[in-house]
Design a protein around this ligand. Structure first.
Ligand code: NOJ
Ligand code: CA
Length: 541
């Protein structure tokens, strides 16, 4: 279905650029990124010139006060800024400066759990009859003293910790410093919805909602069944991956809560809800709401998990296009702060360019991760450098530190990220892979991305046009994006070998953009289009 560009909402038109605040830019020289650092780099994201990335929205991972047991996903106060990142005044300045440049602000909202240092939890754990006891999930031990059910924590071990002071267990599906809120309690709902209002009043345009499908659990907290297909080589403490997640997430009743969240967003004009949601497509699609009354963008992570194959990518996109009801807007993600870097996952720089072309030309909102525009690869993290609790508890091969290394701005010490040794090591390739150097190279991946972003924002067909895949042979994925008066043909060669392809229904075209950046503007014969290894084209047809 084609959509008029004018009628598109900002969250449909924009590329969403994820910033991990600790790792983007350090303005006060303590080795950790901060809000002033982000403000100083806004022009890089969008300065309004044609060569700018032209980012329309940034999503900031948490900057709330936090003991940092899970690097900010353990929130100690939903309505403030951790001094490490700055102040509420800095945040207000960030909103003003971003809006001046046409950049919307999306912040992380962590509804499922707080920090164990949040005052709500301190009260809750203080006695069994404290008024906030029921704000969290407390249960008695089984008669033998073991946890109330068999659920495992994502980060290893059981999802329960015994608190001797009051003689009960509390639930945490992440680290034990992340106790889970009881969203069945109306006071919790009210307090959490108020946190959304607090930020919307300050000008926040949208929220990325952390594991929002977990906020309601089975009423009886029944045991999860074992997963018969679990990997037999899991670390012994990985109870979580040995189970089917029937009772701890994605309960039917969660949709009532998400409707309440959406109704709160709708108290303010044009706000957007993005959800971190997993699971099979038929259940996932329900998070758009029966009539579009839940989230505008339930994150779709499935492209990340496709094998590197034209057929697999096409099959996923076609399935997505078919699964969505007419009011639902697609979205695609290729990287974030929990995943290995895109260039590493798909096997190299050439693949990273091709994947970027796919992401930015599909129908739907793309979310990109900081540094992917430079082709940043996984950082090298030595055993003594592991910081992430997932890496500490489940083994270094699972550590997410690899994708959180400092943004690479230039070739000076610490990549221009900081004046002192950063909290995670700067990647070894920073002297050549950085914004300053790649900006001077017309064929660099950054130059490619700048061109690609410009092409997308200036093309009604790429922004809102229909999507139609073409049947072509081999490892080629080809599709047409079309709207009244404009048509673009995208042809992507996923093979490590050159290919020649005939595009049914097309005689000739002009290359608007080529991944290799050396054939832009060429006229080509679409009866026998030649593509090099991992080459992709956006064509005017
Ligand atoms: C998902 C977040 O993306 C991840 O970084 C975090 O560790 C967990 N949720 C827990 O909040
Ligand atoms: Ca700092």
């Amino acid at each position: 279905m084609a959509q008029d560009r004018q009628a598109l909402r900002w969250w449909q038109r924009s590329v969403v650029y994820q910033i991990y605040p600790r790792s983007f830019a350090d303005a006060n020289g303590d080795g950790i990124g901060d809000l002033q650092g982000i403000i100083q780099k806004l022009d890089y994201l969008n300065d309004g010139t044609p060569n700018s990335l032209g980012i329309g929205a940034i999503w900031l991972s948490p900057f709330y006060p936090s003991p940092m047991a899970d690097f900010g996903y353990d929130v100690a106060d939903y309505c403030d800024v951790d001094p490490m990142f700055g102040t509420l005044d800095d945040f207000d300045e960030l909103v003003r400066e971003a809006h001046k440049r046409g950049i919307k602000i999306i912040i992380d909202y962590v509804p499922n759990h707080t920090s164990d240092k949040h005052k709500w939890f301190l009260e809750s754990r203080s006695s069994r009859d404290n008024p906030k006891r029921d704000w969290y999930i407390w249960r008695d031990a089984k008669p033998d003293g073991s946890p109330p059910n068999n659920w495992g924590s994502f980060f290893g071990g059981p999802a329960w910790t015994f608190d001797p002071a009051t003689g009960q267990y509390y639930m945490h599906q992440f680290v034990k410093e992340q106790p889970e809120l009881n969203w069945r309690n109306p006071e919790v709902q009210a307090a959490m919805l108020d946190a959304l209002r607090f930020w919307m009043k300050r000008g926040v345009d949208g929220f990325r909602m952390d594991v929002v499908g977990l906020i309601i659990k089975d009423k009886e907290l029944r045991d999860n069944p074992p997963d018969p297909d679990a990997n037999p080589n899991l670390p012994p403490n990985d109870l979580f991956s040995r189970q089917l997640h029937i009772y701890n997430q994605d309960q039917d009743e969660v949709h009532e809560m998400i409707k309440a969240i959406r109704a709160t967003l709708d108290e303010y004009p044009d706000r957007c809800g993005i959800g971190e949601l997993w699971g099979p497509m038929d259940r996932w699609v329900r998070y758009y709401g029966e009539n579009g009354d839940e989230l505008q963008l339930p994150f779709n992570f499935r492209l990340m998990y496709q094998p590197w194959s034209a057929k697999a990518m096409r099959a996923h996109v076609d399935e997505m296009e078919a699964a969505l009801p007419s009011f639902a807007w697609p979205n695609y993600v290729l990287g974030n702060h929990d995943q290995i870097r895109l260039a590493t996952r798909f096997g190299g720089q050439a693949q990273a360019r091709l994947a970027g072309m796919l992401l930015l030309t599909l129908r739907g909102t793309p979310t990109v991760y900081y540094g992917d525009e430079l082709g940043m690869e996984n950082g090298k993290i030595l055993p003594h450098q592991v910081q992430d609790p997932q890496g500490i508890n489940l083994g270094i091969e699972r550590t997410r530190d690899v994708c959180r290394t400092p943004m690479q701005w230039d070739a000076t010490a610490y990549a221009g990220f900081s004046s002192v040794e950063p909290w995670l090591p700067v990647s070894e390739d920073y002297q050549t892979r950085n914004v300053a150097v790649q900006s001077t190279q017309p064929q660099s991946i950054l130059s490619f991305y700048r061109h690609l972003y410009r092409l997308r924002r200036n093309s009604p067909a790429l922004l809102g046009g229909s999507y139609r895949a073409l049947d072509v042979e081999g490892e080629i994925y080809a599709y047409v994006r079309e709207t009244d008066g404009e048509r673009k043909l995208v042809v992507l060669n996923f093979a490590a070998q050159p290919a020649r392809v005939s595009l049914p229904g097309f005689a000739s075209g002009k290359v608007a953009l080529c991944t290799h950046m050396d054939r832009n503007g060429e006229s080509v014969d679409l009866g026998k289009l030649e593509l090099r290894a991992y080459e992709g084209f956006v064509l005017e047809v």
